[in-house]
Design a protein around this ligand. Structure first.
Ligand code: ADP
Length: 472
């Protein structure tokens, strides 16, 4: 998750930088706005001064005092400096011309007031005209600035929502990207675990797999794969050793028993040779012959067992035909056991690359075991079908005794048997297992005590290059 953490930190840093920058812009804008507001205040007081100035105008028609004139002069001087404030406004260019005219009017107004003070002869009409012009201009200035401030306010109010929108948008994009990356990683973990579960212990190559964004997971997986691989190897080794142990003690037991019996019977014949009746002699010799045949059976099975580890000649064969030939071989046993047979064979030819005799042996062993598991009769079903066109699957099902899990675990071990001495050698299923393996197939068992058993054998289907190709 190293890559993911890096990405999260990068996104957090970028988002913070973005937020700080936007806040900086916002603070600057607010500061500028404060300056503009102060200019508007100055313009408002400029207009108020014009109004104050005009309050004295009516006095010119009647009686103007020295005090009035002094105050008028004070206002006109304030207005002269106020012109600078009006100049400062960012919208000043809109009333630049009027400003010059206002200055001229103010000078003319001043002159008329001075004349009134010096000569006492006022010109109230002219003073009013100038005053009116100045008032109109100051109102215009105030209105233009107010409109400007209102516009500014509107745009400032949009800034926070724009920041939130941009921030939220980029956050969604970042989160989306992170989610996609996370899903990719989860999929990668899923695929890898499936691969490991299927027994593929090859190390993951980060560069060729294109997963270089999360090297930590790959390292962890490779470590785990290494561990699993070595443990599996240890397990196989210890299983092999256990199997060799069972095999040797099995051989010793299976061959020693008949040899012992032969030796005991032969000694008895020697000791009691003169006293034995003809019938007794024949019976004892019969025992010897049957014990020899038991021992030779074990040896034959062992030969079968070793043969599957040697070379087999694989040729195109139709699995349906092999099953039919097997059933012909064991027809008698089926009839004698009172077991019913049901087959469900595919109509089409289902070809595999196989050794016909070995595969017959697979089905003979499975069917004989099934028959033996149904001492009171039952149903033996054999079916063939294809699975996703790649494998051909044969199922051998019986309604017999079934097996508890601890027996199922051992049935493919050589010499494992639950049958009484003389009835089973415990080699049948290990031979079956070896043959199926040699054909690159697999065998599975599904069984429970008292519930019957199903053996599923699968062989890879032989790809047919053209229609003229056939299998027998
Ligand atoms: P064997 O038949 O000589 O005992 P196998 O290797 O063929 O040797 O079988 C091993 C054991 O598996 C049998 O002893 C039996 O306990 C069990 N087994 C095999 N097939 C079946 C079956 N169809 N139903 C119940 N048990 C079975």
């Amino acid at each position: 998750m190293e890559g993911l953490r890096k990405k999260l930190i990068t996104v957090a840093i970028l988002a913070s930088i973005f937020l700080v920058m936007q806040l900086g812009v916002y603070v600057l804008t607010i500061n500028e706005f404060r300056v503009d507001l102060r200019t508007l205040e100055d313009i408002d007081s400029f207009m108020e001064n014009v109004l104050e100035l005009r309050r004295y105008e009516t006095n010119f028609s009647y009686e103007i005092t020295q005090k009035d004139i002094d105050e008028i002069m004070q206002y006109t001087s304030v207005l002269r400096t106020g012109i600078q404030d009006i100049h400062k406004s960012p919208v000043a260019p809109q009333y630049e011309e009027g400003l010059q005219e206002f200055t001229n009017n103010l000078i003319a107004y001043d002159k008329l007031v001075l004349k009134a003070r010096e000569t006492g002869g006022a010109e109230p009409e002219a003073i009013r005209v100038y005053g009116h012009k100045m008032r109109m201009f100051s109102r215009k200035v105030r209105d233009i600035n107010r409109a400007y401030i209102a516009e500014r306010l509107k745009s400032i109010m949009y800034i926070p929502s724009t920041i939130m929108f941009l921030f939220g948008g980029s956050l969604i994009v970042a989160l989306g990207t992170l989610t996609v990356a996370t899903i990719k990683q989860i999929n990668f973990i899923k695929q890898t675990t499936r691969k490991i579960a299927q027994g593929d212990f090859r190390h993951i190559d980060s560069s060729s797999a294109g997963y270089d964004t999360y090297p930590m997971i790959i390292r962890a997986f490779n470590r785990m794969i290494g561990e699993l691989d070595s443990r599996q190897e240890q397990l196989i080794q210890s299983k092999k050793l256990a199997a060799i142990g069972t095999l040797t003690s099995g051989i010793a037991h299976e061959v020693n028993n008949p040899l012992n019996n032969i030796s005991l019977t032969a000694e008895a014949i020697l000791e009691e040779y003169d006293d034995l009746s003809k019938e007794e002699g024949i019976e004892m010799l019969d025992d010897i012959v049957s014990e020899v045949s038991r021992a030779s059976n074990v040896v034959n099975n062992l030969l079968d067992f070793s043969r599957i580890h040697g070379q087999m000649i694989l040729e195109p064969i139709d699995i349906g035909n092999v099953v039919k030939a097997t059933l012909r071989l064991i027809r008698n046993q089926i009839m004698l056991s009172g077991v019913q047979l049901k087959t469900n064979l595919a109509r089409e030819r289902l070809c595999i690359n196989g050794d016909s005799d070995s595969i017959k042996q697979v089905f003979v062993n499975l069917c004989l075991n099934a028959i033996q598991a149904m001492p009171d009769g039952g149903l033996l079903t054999i079916s063939i079908h294809t699975d996703d066109e790649k494998m051909i699957i044969v199922k051998v099902t019986d309604t017999g005794t079934g097996m508890p899990p601890e027996v199922v675990d051992k049935i493919f071990d050589p010499f494992f048997t639950t049958k009484p001495v003389g009835k089973g050698t415990g080699l049948g299923l290990s031979v079956v297992y070896g043959i199926v393996n040699k054909h690159e197939g697999y065998i599975e068992v599904n069984s429970a005590a008292g519930q019957g058993t199903t053996f599923t054998v699968a062989f890879p289907r032989r790809p047919m290059k053209n229609d003229s190709e056939s299998c027998s």
